[in-house]
Design a protein around this ligand. Structure first.
Ligand code: CO8
Length: 258
């Protein structure tokens, strides 16, 4: 389908998706989420792509779910349509790494979308928050669950209950974002990180992502066992032979499965 709410591009082996509803500060609606899901799955299936970057505009990564679209809805409307969340889990089906490059506002569903990504790189202009309480609701796309895991219970309570916004420095200190860069370097830094990832062996990249995500779902002993099995399995790949041989021969590896 032709995309109306996102822009899709490739930079080398990186798939780039730009949220593009500038007048609404990239507020998320069903159509945008459908398009995002479709674009992500297409990049995931594309052998020429090894990592994906999602970004927004200078002013907003995304200012949340589209309030105008849902303001008049009844309980049954939201329940039946699964407003914007019907495609939310699609992001979790993506096996290649997804980097959120966040400038400006990442609020409500925008903050939740960033938290669905594997790495969050923030511009120094970025501001994160879950201000739904001001609208008489609560986060509805994982904010009350992923934020405490990312930044601690105390800070998640603070953000969700007071609706205050957190700047990029606080977000980095709290563990929500992995690095903060100058706003005019954001896309370059995110693409460079994605390009590095896309240069490694794809099986090991995907398995590293899967193993880290497992840490959030299972008890420690089970997670460690899972990691051990996956580690063992990578010795069945040509790329493990190549990676280790290249190290010993003091040359760059030529991974086959990228
Ligand atoms: N939805 C719709 N339109 C929006 C949104 C939004 N979330 N955010 C901004 N806009 C629109 C504004 O209405 C405005 O439109 P117009 O020019 O036509 O008046 C335009 O974007 C520019 O916005 P502002 O004039 O307000 O710009 P400011 O720079 O003054 O303020 C803010 C920027 C602080 C980001 C402000 O716009 C704001 O507070 N936005 C709302 C933030 C918010 O409350 N987000 C949470 C939304 S609820 C949510 O995300 C729940 C997700 C879970 C859903 C799961 C369902 C099951």
């Amino acid at each position: 389908m032709p995309y109306e709410n996102i822009l899709v591009d490739t930079r080398g082996r990186v798939g780039l998706i730009t949220l593009n509803r500038p007048k609404q500060l990239n507020a998320l609606n069903d159509r945008l989420m459908d398009e995002l899901g479709e674009a992500l799955l297409a990049f995931d299936a594309d052998e020429g792509i090894g990592a994906i970057v999602i970004t927004g505009s200078e002013k907003a990564f995304a200012a949340g779910a589209d309030i105008a679209a849902m303001a008049g809805w009844s309980y049954m409307d939201v329940h039946r349509s699964q407003y914007i969340t019907r495609n939310w889990e699609t992001i979790r089906r993506v096996r290649k790494p997804v980097i959120a490059a966040v400038a400006g506002f990442a609020l409500g569903g925008g903050c939740e979308l960033a938290m669905m990504c594997d790495i969050v790189i923030a511009a120094d202009s970025a501001r994160f928050g879950q201000p739904e309480i001001k609208l008489g609701v609560i986060p509805g796309a994982g904010g009350t669950q992923r934020l405490p895991r990312a930044v601690s219970k105390a800070k998640a309570m603070d953000l969700c209950l007071t609706a205050r916004l957190m700047d990029a420095a606080e977000a980095e200190r709290s563990g929500l974002v992995s690095r903060v860069v100058p706003a005019d370097r954001l896309l370059d830094e995110a693409l460079a990180a994605a390009q590095i990832i896309a240069g490694f062996s794809l099986p090991s990249v995907m398995m590293a992502k899967e193993a880290i995500n497992r840490a959030y779902e299972v008890p420690l002993a089970e997670g460690v066992t899972f990691e051990r099995r996956v580690f063992h399995s990578l010795f069945a790949t040509e790329d493990q032979k190549e990676g280790m041989a290249a190290f010993l021969e003091k040359r760059a590896p030529q991974f086959r499965h990228r």
